[in-house]
Design a protein. Structure first.
Length: 298
């Protein structure tokens, strides 16, 4: 039987404190899955639906790196940058939360259904709209205040000058949040919005480490060491690595966590063990303590 969403009203103790302080906080917040943890840092990653391959790669990279350091990733499940951010966060072994412009029982766009299910299981789907409410164009600008409201920092990866992602950035500025943008090429329409934000004083997102510093999280030497260790590995290797911990995990557990078949996980683990960055002990496979983790600084 399908899980039914629950909802919290403003005066409910579970209603997010970050939203309570907004002048236009939603009267009800419907939740399918979990709410973001109030004691953890959160970053909203937003951008163009019709993004470039470069933009998609950067969204996944930033999200995965931040998630690997325990940062919660917030976005809107839209095509393009939003979807890439959710995917990166899941690959990074972290929690990600999607704020929808429809009821939480509706996946929009439909092609993101697989991602929708994974977010529900490894994070949460949130909306101010009750179940059954279809997506409408005017819902999305309005939901952006919730995306920014749940975050400590808003990162815009790619955006045209009139992109909806800039509405999220504006909401964040009004809410007193940190706003950063990935710089792009001059004359590139998909970078115009980001470059405009930077010209207006937004932070320049050159690396995940800079965003972590904005959040008050430091430790560049370890992050640089991890980058050096992991830079040459393909994506499936990074996916397995991110799911490892200093406690052992079995092949079956890693297969479930990564979505890869057991034989592929076994092949990758053998390579990681031979390279000296993972080991097998009585409890299963784990990271070697001295190598740390993938792609984030703490």
């Amino acid at each position: 039987m399908e899980e039914k969403p629950i909802y919290y009203v403003r005066n409910h103790p579970m209603y997010p404190e970050r939203l309570k302080v907004l002048a236009d906080s939603p009267e009800r917040l419907y939740v399918l899955g979990n709410l973001p943890e109030p004691g953890k840092k959160s970053v909203a990653i937003v951008g163009a639906r019709a993004c470039s391959a470069y933009g998609r790669k950067q969204a996944r990279y930033f999200a995965g790196s931040l998630a690997a350091r325990g940062i919660q990733v917030i976005s809107g499940l839209a095509a393009g940058i939003d979807a890439a951010a959710h995917e990166g966060a899941l690959e990074g072994g972290g929690k990600t939360f999607a704020v929808l412009g429809c009821g939480t029982d509706i996946c929009y766009p439909r092609e993101n259904y697989g991602l929708y299910r994974r977010i529900r299981e490894q994070g949460g789907l949130l909306s101010e709209y009750e179940p059954g409410v279809a997506p409408h164009a005017w819902h999305f600008p309005r939901r952006n205040r919730i995306i920014s409201g749940l975050a400590d920092l808003i990162l815009v990866v790619e955006a045209k000058q009139r992109s909806g992602a800039l509405i999220t950035a504006d909401c964040g500025l009004e809410q007193g949040k940190i706003v950063c943008a990935v710089p792009g090429r001059l004359g590139d329409a998909l970078s115009a919005g980001c470059n405009q934000l930077i010209a207006q004083g937004a932070g320049i997102a050159l690396s995940p480490e800079l965003l972590l510093e904005e959040l008050g999280i430091y430790g560049a030497p370890e992050w640089q060491k991890e980058e050096k260790v992991c830079r040459s590995y393909p994506e499936n290797f990074r996916k397995v690595w991110r799911c490892l911990s200093t406690d052992g995990k079995s092949l079956e557990e890693l297969s479930v966590d990564t979505g890869l078949c057991i034989s592929e996980v076994a092949r990758i683990l053998m390579a990681l063990v031979m390279d000296g960055i993972a080991e097998e002990d009585g409890a299963g496979y784990c990271r070697l303590q001295e190598t740390g983790g993938f792609g984030a600084k703490g």
